[in-house]
Design a protein around this ligand. Structure first.
Ligand code: C5P
Length: 216
C-alpha cells in the first residue's frame, strides 16, 4: 500500500455505504470517517442553539468547531438531524471548512475509508479506489422500515419513501458538490445484493488494484 491509501465511498442515504465502509476499514486496517456525521454535527449545533438552519455564519462557526475525534453517533444519528444536515450542506463556505478537515483525516497514515456524497468527486479526487453504492429508493425505504421495526419502533413506508426521495433531490440537486458518481467510480447497486455480497464485490475491485500496484 502507498503511504495514504484512500477508499472513497459515495451514494445516497440508506444504500448501505456506512456498513460497507466499516467492513472495508476493518479488513484493510484503515481509518474510517463517516463524513455525514460532520454535516450532522453542524446541524445539531444550530438546532441545539435554536438557530435557523439558514444562518450561514452560525453554521460556519459550528463547522470550524467540529472535532472529528468527538463525533457522537448516538446523538447525531437522529432522523431530524439528518434532514437538517442536508439543509446546511448546501452552503459552499460550510462545505469548504468541513472538506479541509476531511482531507486532513484522509492524509493521516495509513490512510482511510471515507464515506459521504462528494468523496470521490471533491474531497479525495485522487482516491486509490472509488465506489458508488446505490439502491432503489423503494429498497432503501424498505430497509429503513425493517431497521426501525427491528428495534421495536413503528413507521409508515410511504412516509419513509417520501423522506428518502426528498433527501435524494436535495443532495443530487444542489449546486455545490452534488451527489453523483465520479467518472472513475465502480458502481455497486445493492438493490438486490446483500451487504456481504457488496463487501465481496468491493474487495475484489480493491484487491485487483493492489495486485496491479504490487506488480508495477
Ligand atoms: O450520510 P448522512 O445521512 O449522515 O448525511 C447527512 C447529510 O449530510 C446528507 O443528506 C447530505 O446532505 C450531507 N452530506 C454531504 N456530503 C457528505 C456527507 C453528507 O453533503 N460528504
Amino acid at each position: 500500500m502507498t503511504q495514504f491509501f484512500t477508499i472513497a465511498i459515495d451514494g445516497p442515504a440508506g444504500a448501505g455505504k456506512g456498513t460497507l465502509a466499516r467492513r472495508l476499514a476493518d479488513h484493510y486496517r484503515l481509518n474510517l470517517l463517516d463524513t455525514g456525521l460532520t454535516y450532522r454535527a453542524v446541524a445539531y449545533a444550530l438546532l441545539r442553539l435554536g438557530l435557523p438552519l439558514d444562518n450561514v455564519s452560525a453554521a460556519e462557526t459550528a463547522a470550524r468547531q467540529v472535532d472529528l475525534a468527538k463525533l457522537d453517533r448516538a446523538v447525531l444519528s437522529a432522523h431530524a438531524v439528518g434532514e437538517a444536515a442536508s439543509k446546511i450542506a448546501v452552503f459552499p463556505t460550510v462545505r469548504r471548512i468541513l472538506v479541509e478537515k476531511q482531507r486532513d483525516f484522509a492524509r493521516t497514515p495509513p490512510g482511510a475509508v471515507l464515506d459521504g456524497r462528494d468523496i470521490g468527486t471533491v474531497v479525495c479526487p485522487d482516491a486509490d479506489i472509488k465506489l458508488y453504492v446505490t439502491a432503489s429508493a423503494e429498497v432503501r425505504a424498505q430497509r429503513r422500515l425493517a431497521e426501525i421495526e427491528s428495534i421495536g419502533g413503528t413507521a409508515n413506508f410511504a412516509e419513509i419513501l417520501a423522506d428518502i426521495q426528498r433527501r435524494d433531490e436535495r443532495d443530487m440537486g444542489r449546486t455545490d458538490s452534488p451527489l453523483k458518481p465520479a467518472a472513475d467510480a465502480h458502481l455497486l447497486d445493492t438493490s438486490e445484493m446483500a451487504i456481504e455480497a457488496a463487501f465481496l464485490a468491493a474487495m475484489s475491485v480493491i484487491d485487483d488494484v493492489l495486485a496491479k500496484r504490487n506488480k508495477a
